[in-house]
Design a protein around this ligand. Structure first.
Ligand code: ATP
Ligand code: MG
Length: 648
């Protein structure tokens, strides 16, 4: 670590105890150390209305997490006003609209004005400090202004991905108890118009607490307005461009956000003001090596934590220029991302393995067509990135010259916790590995008995031994579930629910969800390990492995395989080949007992494979599929059920 002392990070000294939990000897000094690192970073990075008196007051075992108590600040001032003072005409947002070449730039001054008008409008219409506003909008400047307007007046926001059904939206509105909803008349994605306002109408009909729906116009098509609807842009014009920022405590709620629902019913996680913002800003700057003047291109939707931390809060807190991507990776063709990189001169590109695997299927020519020389860092998030996708991203997209940062984190962690950077720019990055903990993050691996694994070259349950400012404080309305999910499984540690491997060198690799670990005759295998090998076959686009109960082995391995476009092979031959590959690269016991070729896999709306649904399909427990509110396309499940007698 070579940060200068003047930036605050100088207080951080690498500790030698990366892999072990806190022992009684090192504990007090170690904690003091970490607290002063975070305190210095918070003083240096954030603008405070009044300073905090206590850096941290945390007790992981009881789920009590408090950072920077006594401090007062306003998040929108940190993201906007302070940059407007120094560089008002700097571009804050580049709205990359669905049609390529129709992007819109918004400066810091314009975004502040928009936010203030909207803040005043919300205030005038009765939204108060502590209320929660639900935002159902695609990525666009008004969506960002809505988030920041909530922060301006001290309301919490609850952004719901604008692809969710009316029912899923209604459930989130009711859970958050929002009396105000903000939306747009229609969305535009992949050349198609999406009736967002109509979905809101249906949702709100079953939400008696909703008193008003603010409607902005994304398209020119009028929509039917009811008595509770407000023409947002028209009303904003009547408002002042100055809006007094609310004075917020560090630990007041900034937002709640539901998880992707890969492993069960989505959890409404609560993030607070100062700690979250600090962590988003620091990770954005250092993981991606973001420098002033760079254009940051995170293509996640604002409805996910990645969009919150790396399209909105991190880049704006750092005074950066950030892209809001409205389209899809294949609209109008599979060259979309790279054409956008060329046109907007993007320096850091941050996307998901599911999209990389999809684009890889279409071939290199879509990448080569465009100039990608502005790219400096490539990021990946959301799922383990398999070796083949990693290599392609690095070699083809990045021309072998951009570091690929595989970033492991969760809605719960607020920001990136494990990734290759920051580190020496020449330091090794192993393909497919998330590598190193971020500043102040202390990962530990646990064995099945709940003991800390101290050695390297070992796998276990991934936990974090020290609190950090960006972590979620609770599950909305359900602190007990927070304690049971994250604090109780390994008392004194934050439990992530994921499994990881620590290499001989001490680098981390995520092996998948612990819920998905397959136990074959006593051998525990992470789904990512088998899938990684299967995906290395040149005919395979992607795959999903699950365990099913097996009389003799305890569990058997069932693998779903999606082939690349236009591949013509005998499925029986390919099954044999895949078995051979797994047997050689892992072990005979890891070989799939069944392989089923499918057209697509069931995914969450954020693009993650839903293995829990596949498990239920294989177990023929079709009534027990669980919460499907975040399932992207239910037809994918039906297809698999219908073809499940055709497996090898
Ligand atoms: P739910 O908690 O409702 O089941 P979810 O875990 O998919 O949903 P998110 O918070 O969006 O919700 O996703 C976080 C999870 O995504 C992590 O716990 C991990 O399993 C996976 N993940 C994220 N980034 C990576 C990565 N770089 N490598 C491997 N897995 C990752
Ligand atoms: Mg999760």
């Amino acid at each position: 670590l070579t940060r200068k002392a003047s930036t605050g990070e100088g207080l951080y000294r690498p500790l030698t105890h990366h892999s072990s939990g806190p022992s009684s000897l090192e504990f007090p000094a170690f904690l003091r150390h970490l607290s002063s690192f975070w305190a210095a970073a918070a003083r240096h990075r954030l603008s405070w209305i009044s300073p905090f008196h206590t850096a941290q007051d945390c007790d992981l075992s009881r789920g009590r997490i408090k950072w920077f108590e006594g401090g007062k600040l306003n998040v929108s001032v940190n993201c906007l006003d302070r940059h407007v003072h120094t560089c008002p005409e700097k571009v804050a947002l580049i709205w990359e609209r669905d049609e390529p070449g129709s992007e819109v730039e918004v400066t810091y001054r314009q975004l502040l004005e928009m936010t203030c008008r909207l803040g005043n409008l919300l205030r005038r219409r009765g939204v108060k400090k502590g209320d929660c506003v639900t935002i159902y909008m695609p990525p666009c400047p008004l969506a960002v202004a809505s988030m920041l307007a909530c922060a301006r007046i001290g309301a919490a926001h609850n952004v719901v991905f604008a692809g969710f059904s009316a029912e899923a939206l209604a459930e989130r509105i009711r859970d958050a108890h929002s009396s105000t909803v903000i939306t747009v008349n229609q969305g535009v994605r992949g050349g198609k118009v999406i009736e967002l306002k109509k979905t809101v109408d249906t949702a709100v009909d079953s939400c008696p607490m909703v008193q008003q729906v603010l409607v902005a116009m994304r398209t020119e098509n009028p929509v039917a307005m009811t008595a509770r609807d407000v023409d947002m842009e028209e009303e904003m014009l009547k408002e002042d461009v100055v809006c007094e920022p609310a004075v917020m405590d560090s630990e007041d709620v900034l937002f709640l956000l539901y998880t992707s629902g890969s492993t069960g019913k989505p959890k409404g996680l609560v993030h607070t003001q100062a700690g979250y913002l600090l962590y988003a800003a620091l990770t954005h700057r250092y993981v991606f090596s973001y420098h002033d003047g760079d254009v940051f291109g995170c293509v996640a939707d604002i409805g996910w934590i990645t969009g919150h931390s790396y399209s909105v809060y991190g880049p704006l807190a750092n005074g950066g220029t950030t892209v809001l991507f409205e389209s899809t990776p294949i609209y109008p063709d599979p060259g979309r991302y790279w054409e956008m990189v060329q046109r907007l001169k993007i320096n850091q590109f941050y996307g998901a393995p599911t999209a990389i695997r999809l684009l890889l299927k279409y071939g290199d020519q879509w990448v080569h067509k465009y100039d990608r020389s502005t790219l400096k860092t490539l990021g990946s998030v959301g799922e383990p990135i398999n070796t083949e996708a990693w290599e392609w991203y690095h070699r083809v997209v990045g021309d072998g010259r951009c570091p690929v940062v595989d970033t492991w984190w969760q809605t719960e962690t607020g920001g990136i916790c494990i990734s290759p950077r920051p580190s020496d720019p020449d330091a090794e990055i192993v393909p497919g590995m998330a590598m190193r903990p971020f500043f102040g993050i202390k990962p530990v691996l646990m064995d099945t008995e709940g003991k800390v694994l101290t050695s390297n070259n070992t796998s276990g349950a991934l936990c974090i031994s020290q609190p950090w400012p960006g972590m979620a404080r609770t599950i909305h309305n359900n602190h007990q579930r927070y304690i049971e999910t994250y604090c109780q499984p390994y008392p004194g540690y934050f439990f992530t629910g994921d499994g990881a491997y620590r290499s001989k060198e001490g680098y981390y690799q995520i092996t998948g969800r612990l819920d998905d670990v397959i136990n074959v005759s006593g051998h525990r295998i992470g789904t990512a390990e088998i899938e990684d090998v299967v995906n290395q076959c040149s005919a395979v686009a992607e795959s999903a492995c699950i365990g099913y109960s097996h009389d003799i082995k305890g569990q058997g391995v069932y693998t779903f395989v999606v082939l690349k476009k236009d591949v013509d092979v005998q499925e029986t031959d390919l099954s044999r080949l895949l078995n051979d590959m797994v047997s050689k690269k892992i072990a005979k016991y890891a070989c799939p007992d069944f392989i089923q070729f499918v057209h697509r896999l069931p995914k969450t709306r954020s693009g993650k494979i839903m293995r829990r649904v596949l498990r239920k399909v294989v177990e023929r427990d079709l009534n027990g599929l669980g919460d499907l509110s975040t399932l992207d396309d239910p037809a994918a499940v039906q297809e698999i059920i219908q073809a499940s007698d055709k497996c090898y």
